[in-house]
Design a protein around this ligand. Structure first.
Ligand SMILES: Nc1ncnc2c1ncn2[C@@H]1O[C@H](COP(=O)(O)OP(=O)(O)OP(=O)(O)O)[C@@H](O)[C@H]1O
Ligand SMILES: [Mg+2]
Length: 623
């Protein structure tokens, strides 16, 4: 590399027959990097330049050797000579074929090319006339044009409606030399479809710092948008769930009064037949209302469930008959269920709800007949997929050949009360229910459908270990009794009807309006066999009261004159179980819980069970 005009790329050095230096020029010294020219005369070349070839050379021969020095490659050529004392003539030449700098540049360039090629972002450059100069593989993938098709051609990605904005941005980069980052806009693919992108750009400059074009990186936002939509949807479902759950809770209290009063009336033997008929009408309607509320509770995941470990595949096979009865005979029902078990933790009655709701929907969508297929498989998620955590899932697929679901209503079908069926024929709670059951079990439900092409619902439920023993539900009975019951309930209507109901069953009832009053009564020495309490009440709720009762009881037992019998059963009742640790105890069968509204049959049975010690229900709430 020429540094100054007096320097040359070739230097000369003359040696005698022993290889000792006779004379050399300044260029030689500089090129081979001799440290101090004057000290070198008379010394053997191979001592001064370690990489010089050994001497003597065979007569008439020439030899050469190359070495990288600094940022250049130097070639030494040694020829034999016969001019006076000169035996060898050595030339040193700086080579320009590829300097070290150039090689480093080449390596850097290759690295940059690899980065650009491997980038998941579309990276491209255009010149100042908007012709494409560079186009990486991600750009090919995202937009569909290959490099051959696009290099040197005008930039084709900008849709007409985005043109003005694009020109403005382009001018900003090219004329003012300032890039921008994070701008979202729509771009075109080769097939004319649109793709949402986020752009980052910078101006490109030549050696004189003049802007020669622009570089752009484009992120394809399609997947991000889908994910955002999923998250938004599940947040919306959560919000609707909370709202629905709240309404259901209040409504349950009202229903408890209706039921209680109605059932009491129906026990009245003096009623005329017509009055009796009306009472039964009221109870019938109240029962429908109860079912509706229960569905809402399921959707909002407030339903108290008794999950069991069950074999989904076995239950599916068993449900064949039930489903057959539900759907018309012009629908072909198919089951594709493997013989191996798929253990899931689920309330069996909830699984039935799911199967039935999906079957009824499918049947509704196939008035002229078609096929309905239930299949089950195992799906493994190696990474979490909103809202599912990574893990193994049983996948229940229900596919029909019905009308399908139009894209514009698809996002709404799981919302409660969303229905396309005429008034009176659909409440819009079926799928809300399926959704609630699936989510409450740690799974989810997905749908795939297009108008006219049938529908396919997939319910994912986490797989669990096989159970050690099978669980059984107990027998039913409607017994009475005569023990003392302390009823704690803040809603006056519920309190009055429940008191009357319990009295009608033969019990002696003392009522309190909240936990504080109950404790006072207990403190005053009230003798009680069972405490039946609401959960959420002003001043003090049921869970807290139960805890304090247990403490008071322990104190009483410590006294020598302790009057109370050992252990006081507490039974909780509520429209929903919002005390987390209590909920866990109930679901594990360690605490007794009554779901409001409470029917006469449930109440009489539960009270008897507890009093007869069939259930372990000592007040043991909290840590
Ligand atoms: N298999 C299906 N094929 C076509 N459309 C369906 C299917 N399943 C559900 N849908 C659509 O989703 C809507 C909501 O279903 P969902 O089960 O929640 O309520 P519904 O069936 O209308 O009323 P309900 O189940 O309470 O009687 C339906 O009204 C229907 O438009
Ligand atoms: Mg339905």
């Amino acid at each position: 590399m020429r540094v100054g005009s007096t320097q040359h790329d070739v230097g000369i050095c003359l040696l005698d027959a022993d290889g000792a230096v006779l004379e050399f020029d300044a260029d030689f010294a500089r090129i081979v990097e001799l440290p101090w020219a004057s000290v070198s005369v008379g010394r053997v070349l191979s001592e001064l330049v370690r990489w010089a070839p050994p001497l003597p050379l065979p007569s008439g021969a020439a030899t050469s050797v190359q070495q990288d020095l600094g940022d250049a490659r130097v070639e030494l050529v040694i020829r034999t000579a016969t001019t006076g004392p000169v035996a060898y003539c050595v030339s040193a030449e700086r080579k320009h074929t590829e300097t070290v700098l150039a090689r480093q540049l080449r390596v850097a360039r290759q690295t940059l090319d690899s980065v650009i090629e491997a980038s998941p972002l579309a990276i491209l450059t255009v010149d100042e006339r908007q012709r494409v100069v560079m186009w990486n593989r991600a750009a090919e993938r995202t937009f569909g044009w290959t490099r051959e098709e696009i290099l040197g051609r005008p930039y084709p990605l900008v849709p007409e409606d985005e043109r003005p904005e694009f020109e403005e941005l382009f001018d900003k980069v090219v004329l003012r030399g300032s890039g921008f980052t994070g701008v979202e806009s729509t771009r075109l693919r080769k097939d004319g479809s649109r793709v949402e992108t986020r752009m980052h750009t910078a101006p490109l400059r030549d050696a004189e710092e003049r802007v020669t074009g622009a570089m752009a990186m484009l992120e394809d936002l399609t997947k991000t948008r889908l994910l955002e939509e999923k998250v938004r949807h599940s947040q919306k479902m959560e919000a609707v769930g909370r709202l629905a759950g709240g309404i259901a809770h209040d409504f349950n209290n009202l229903l408890t009064v209706v039921f209680g009063a109605g059932e009491l009336l129906s026990l009245d033997r003096t009623l005329s037949p017509s009055s009796r008929e009306r009472v039964s009408e009221i109870l019938g309607v109240a029962q429908s209302a109860r079912e509706l509320v229960a569905q809402l509770m399921t959707f909002s995941r407030r339903q108290v469930v008794r999950p069991q470990v069950i074999d989904l595949n076995e239950r599916l096979r068993e449900s064949g008959k039930l489903l057959r009865r539900l759907i018309g005979h012009d629908i072909t029902l198919e089951f594709d269920v493997p013989d191996i078990p798929a253990w899931v933790r689920l309330d069996p009655s909830q699984l039935d709800q799911v199967l039935v709701n999906l079957a009824v929907n499918a049947a509704d969508a196939m008035p002229q007949g078609g096929f309905l297929r239930y299949s089950s498989s195992v799906r493994e998620l190696s990474v979490a997929a909103e809202p599912l955590a990574a893990g193994r899932y049983a996948c229940l697929e229900v596919r029909d050949s019905g009308t399908g679901i139009a894209a514009d209503i698809l996002p709404q079908i799981f919302e409660p009360f969303f229905t396309t069926k005429g008034a009176g024929s659909g409440t819009g709670l079926g799928l809300a229910n399926v959704y609630g059951v699936a989510r409450q079990s740690g799974g989810n439900v997905e749908v795939e459908s297009e108008a006219g092409r049938g529908a396919c619902f997939r319910v994912h439920l986490p797989l669990v270990r096989r159970p050690l023993t099978r669980t059984h539900s107990g027998p039913h009975a409607v017994p009475r009794g005569s023990e003392n019951i302390l009823l704690v309930e803040d809603n006056a209507g519920v309190r009055v009807t429940m008191t009357k109901t319990l009295q009608a069953l033969g019990y002696t009832v003392t009522a309190a309006c909240d936990g504080v009053e109950a404790l006072e009564l207990f403190d005053a020495g009230l003798a009680v066999d069972l405490v039946l309490t609401d959960l959420s009440m002003p001043r003090m709720g049921g869970a807290e009261m139960a805890k304090r009762l247990a403490a008071q009881l322990a104190e009483r037992l410590a006294e020598p004159s302790g009057a109370q019998p050992k252990g006081l059963p507490v039974m909780f009742m509520s429209g929903n179980l919002d005390v987390e640790d209590l909920r866990a105890q109930v679901e594990q069968g360690r605490a007794k819980f009554l779901q409001k509204p409470v029917s006469l049959r449930d109440l009489s049975q539960a009270v008897r069970e507890v009093l007869d010690g069939l259930q372990l229900v000592h007040a043991s709430v909290g840590p």
